[in-house]
Design a protein around this ligand. Structure first.
Ligand code: NAP
Length: 314
């Protein structure tokens, strides 16, 4: 027999959906995927999740969310869904080890960090190039760190990286930053942070590990090199929707298209979090979307159930 509900992804959206679905006795299967906790689990201090006035670490927050969802019957499955068939119900999902059948699905696969796509980037991943300050900052104690990006992530992670590096330079392609005022102010006041504005990184150079980068002015076209040991990229995200191509409607950037109650183009499949939200992108908004998707999935399953019992009685 098919399970009632699968939740694909275990970031704030998936885990909140799991909590609500668990409390509605849906015993959801939560496919944890390649990285439990999603992006927030690679974040350092989370200061803007209500209820935690002293802040807490990203992994700590997701561990608490997991504990709370499990308490109400959510079943965590340490597998990654690799393929889906939403063409008929029950829907079918495949991990590398087995096939699952479910009546409804909440897609909460989130988004992954965008890459610059410049020469040297792929080659030096794990050897100086990184997308996660929490994971890799420690390797650059007293070293030259460069951060690319002008948004909240670049500033927040840049500030965190000052714990390690002897200097952190933030490179941004424009001369105005997108980051919020508080983070900008903190970074400007930090003596270890320097800014290189109106510049892009053209290539990363090294021998076995990163040693320097070539920069280009977006104003004059002039190029020059700077020494770098740790090169961190924080330039936004790509939605994790590859697996749903041809099955769920998505926009030109690959974000799932949903209605205001988070229904996707397939009845019974809902979406929650950064997989459809390219605007707010906060842990708290993703959690809110997870709650909404679970409430809608519950309504969908209840309607299905009454249709079936009605049909059986006739
Ligand atoms: P973001 O806000 O989309 O900013 C991306 C930055 O990267 C922008 O400054 C952008 O430049 C730059 N960029 C994009 N593509 C680039 C490229 N190919 N080369 C060079 N630079 C490039 O992404 P984010 O900083 O990851 O933040 C994502 C969301 O999470 C936001 O909503 C943010 O508010 C939220 N967030 C919040 C906090 C917090 O509240 N503490 C912390 C982290 C993230 P342009 O400005 O020129 O477009």
């Amino acid at each position: 027999m098919a399970d009632k509900l699968a939740i694909i992804g275990a970031g704030p959206a998936g885990l909140t959906a799991a909590l609500y679905a668990g409390r509605a006795f849906l015993e959801p299967l939560v496919f944890v995927g390649p990285s439990f906790g999603g992006q927030i689990a690679t974040t350092t201090e989370v200061e803007n999740f209500p209820g935690f006035p002293n802040g807490l670490q990203g992994p700590e927050l997701t561990a608490l969310m997991r504990e709370q969802a499990e308490k109400f019957g959510a079943r965590m499955v340490e597998e990654t869904i690799e393929k889906v068939d939403f063409s008929r119900r029950p829907f079918r999902l495949w991990s590398s080890s087995r096939e699952y059948e479910v009546e409804a699905v909440i897609v909460a696969t989130g988004a992954t960090p965008r890459k610059l796509g410049i020469p040297g980037e792929e080659e030096f991943i794990g050897r100086g190039v990184s997308y996660c300050a929490t994971c890799d900052g420690f390797f650059f104690r007293d070293k030259e760190i460069m951060v690319v990006g002008g948004g909240d992530s670049a500033f927040q992670e840049g500030l965190f990286l000052t714990k390690f590096g002897r200097r952190v330079r933030i490179v941004h392609r424009r001369d105005e930053f997108r980051a919020g005022a508080v983070l900008q102010q903190r970074a400007m006041q930090n003596p270890k942070i320097e800014f290189i504005k109106s510049a892009v990184v053209e290539r990363i150079i090294g021998n076995g590990k990163v040693s320097e980068v070539v920069l280009k002015s977006t104003k004059t076209g002039e190029t020059w090199t700077e020494p770098v040991d740790g090169f961190f990229v924080f330039i936004g995200h790509e939605p994790n929707t590859q697996m749903f191509k041809g099955q769920l409607a998505m926009d030109d950037d690959g974000y799932l298209i949903v209605d205001k109650r988070l229904h996707t183009s397939v009845p019974g499949v809902f979406a929650a979090g950064e997989v459809h939200d390219n605007w707010f992108k906060q842990a708290i908004t993703s959690a809110g979307f997870g709650c909404m998707a679970a409430m809608e999935a519950e309504k969908f399953l209840a309607a299905l159930e009454s249709e079936r019992t009605g049909a059986a009685a006739r």
